[in-house]
Design a protein. Structure first.
Length: 118
């Protein structure tokens, strides 16, 4: 199984390198379209290789998806934490009741021995 994972990662790396080599031409990324940039005065732009833009978009999409899912699953994690706390409290209560029962049982044995002796 480990070799299959390594083979998959090697083939994925080869595909990513080939995409990077095929798309190494420079593109200009602008913060705003030219008409809106001239109105607002924000005309920030940067020249980057196309593969950086592609990989950056993939990474940004993954991060946004992970955060979205983490926020969406908050109610499930909170419910699991509540259940875990409830289980912990019940286990603690059960141990306390067992100790009380053992103490009561020991007292009953002492009384039974005293009754036998008389």
């Amino acid at each position: 199984m480990r070799y299959i994972r390594y083979a998959f990662l090697a083939s994925l790396g080869a595909v990513l390198v080939s995409v990077a080599l095929a798309n190494r031409g420079a593109v200009t990324l602008s913060l705003l379209p030219e008409t809106l940039a001239s109105l607002t005065g924000l005309s920030y732009s940067i020249d980057l290789p196309l593969f950086v833009v592609i990989f950056g978009a993939i990474i940004a999409g993954l991060l946004i998806g992970f955060v979205w899912e983490w926020l969406r699953e908050h109610k499930h994690r909170a419910e699991a934490a509540r259940k875990a706390q409830e289980v912990h409290d019940l286990n603690r209560q059960l141990k306390r009741e067992k100790r009380r029962a053992d103490t009561a049982e020991q007292k009953d044995e002492v009384l039974a021995l005293l009754d036998e002796a008389s």
